[in-house]
Design a protein around this ligand. Structure first.
Ligand code: GDP
Ligand code: ZN
Length: 450
């Protein structure tokens, strides 16, 4: 057993709720459970109990469930107390657990520590642990389903299959390395190049799908920029289908930003409506405009919204100056309904009417494209940037291996070394190769009680 001491936390969200759950995990919790509840608990049975304080007075009554190791979330003994979900009840119950548990070394859990223990006890791998956090954080049904798919191990299975095929190739190479006279024939004899190409093919497919999964997790950050009255708030409303922003025809109404999270095909898109950009002597308005520039500098996509019936080029330069070079700039001409003829839209210039909805579909397609989303290709799992980085590094080392295999003086040990590196990078995804600081980074971002 890796952890000597038990941990405790309130597992349910803070605040009021119908039910509140306290969770305790540790090796051999039986004696603690008896000391706390004064009754024996059968594993995996719901026991109706009174939760007493130190004087035997009831704090609350509810359900206690005991999961004995290894058949629990953490792989250790787990005790769950389900009481009434008021903050005072939960805090009192938690205090009582810590009081009784002091004799057993019980302490408060760190964020993510239950899941960390599940990982350390081999109940789940690292990608699955991350999926649990992503499932809790999921902002759309699509993202939640994809996180659930990762959690059930679909992504890990793909990674393990890739690792397995690299291991097989490595075993052949390493065996040959001991017999230098066979090196030359090795590649032909074992069809090493064909095997390598097959692995590369599979890895590229996983990478492509993971990139879709990353889009689902990260989404796109869009900022609406432009002069007052060009229709920024109207566009936000049209896109979100809600009357969230104030729409009026008095210039300078949107004095502060309004942020809306919308989902298109499951992709989370944050849209920020900013204060209209113009020279002003109004103090409050100019603060709003300062914030607009700050927002513009943080955007993935800056929509430079313009009134199609007027032209002001001065603003374009300012926007170009403030936006990050990593962002994409789209020029969107609004109020196209007021034009006699609407010019054709291009990749970076789009004509729309927030009022009639004309051109919005094109704009949305463009945003999805910029997010990296491939419409119609449903994402089988949720992925994180570190997964993409690891897959790309693995792919890079497979390419180097391929290069070594093609050279005339085929240096088998270099070939073997690149395979090993590719394998190691895949191992970081599932946690077979994970430095402690990476674990710290991943688990510290969990909520407490998970
Ligand atoms: P903002 O200051 O950029 O946020 O602009 P608003 O969204 O508040 O819109 C300013 C004015 O333009 C309002 O009177 C809107 O009704 C009008 N407007 C917005 N979009 C369109 C459009 O596509 N066509 C027409 N004809 N009027 C629009
Ligand atoms: Zn506005």
């Amino acid at each position: 057993m890796l952890n000597k001491y038990p941990i405790v936390a309130i597992a349910t969200a803070p605040g009021r709720g119908g039910v509140g759950i306290i969770r305790i995990s540790g090796p051999q919790l039986g004696p603690f459970a008896y000391a706390l509840l004064k009754q024996d608990l059968k594993p995996r049975r719901a026991h109706y109990c009174v939760f007493p304080d130190s004087h035997g007075e009831p704090i609350d009554q509810g359900i206690a469930i005991f999961f004995s190791a290894p058949h629990s979330y953490t792989g250790e003994d787990v005790l769950e107390l389900q009481g009434h979900g008021g903050p005072a009840v939960m805090q009192t119950l938690l205090k009582q657990c810590l009081h009784v548990g002091s004799a057993f070394g019980l302490r408060m859990a760190d964020p993510g520590e239950f899941t960390l223990r599940a990982f350390l006890n081999d109940k789940i791998d690292l990608a699955q642990a991350e999926a649990i956090a992503d499932l809790i954080d999921a902002s759309s049904e699509t993202a939640a389903r994809a996180a659930m798919s990762s959690f059930s191990g679909h992504f890990s299975k793909k990674i393990n299959a890739l690792s397995e095929s690299i291991i097989q190739l490595r075993m052949m190479v390493e065996a040959t390395l001991d017999f230098p006279e066979e090196e030359i024939e090795f590649l032909e004899k074992y069809q090493a190049r064909e095997r390598l190409n097959k692995i590369q093919e599979n890895l590229n497919l996983v990478l492509k799908q993971s990139k879709q999964g990353l889009v689902l997790r990260e989404g796109l950050h869009v900022v609406l920029a432009g002069e007052p009255n060009v229709g920024k708030s109207s566009l936000l409303n049209a896109l979100s289908g809600e009357d969230l922003a104030i729409v009026t025809d008095i210039a300078g109404t949107t004095r502060d930003k309004v942020t809306q999270l919308i989902h298109i095909q499951g992709v989370p898109i944050t849209i920020v409506d900013t204060a209209g950009l113009r020279d002003t002597t109004d103090k409050i308005e100019s603060i709003g405009i300062e914030r607009s520039w700050a927002e513009i500098s943080k955007a993935d996509v800056v929509l430079n919204l313009k009134d199609a019936t007027k032209s002001n080029l001065a603003i374009d330069e300012k926007i170009a100056f403030h936006r990050s070079p990593k962002s994409t700039l789209l020029t969107v001409f609004n109020k196209a309904d007021l034009l006699k003829t609407i010019p054709p839209s291009g990749e970076d210039v789009i004509y729309i009417s927030a009022k009639t909805g004309n051109g919005l579909e094109l704009l949305i397609d463009r945003l999805l494209y910029l997010a990296g989303w491939q419409p119609g290709q449903e994402s089988p799992w949720l992925a994180r940037q570190r997964h993409i980085d690891a897959l790309e590094s693995a792919s890079h080392h497979l390419k180097l291996a391929e290069m070594h295999a093609q050279q005339d003086d085929r240096v088998l040990d270099l070939f073997a070394e690149e395979l090993r590196l590719a394998h190691d990078f895949l191992g970081t995804i599932t946690g077979q190769m994970s430095p402690d600081d990476l674990l710290g980074q991943i688990f510290s971002r969990f909520c407490i009680g998970k």
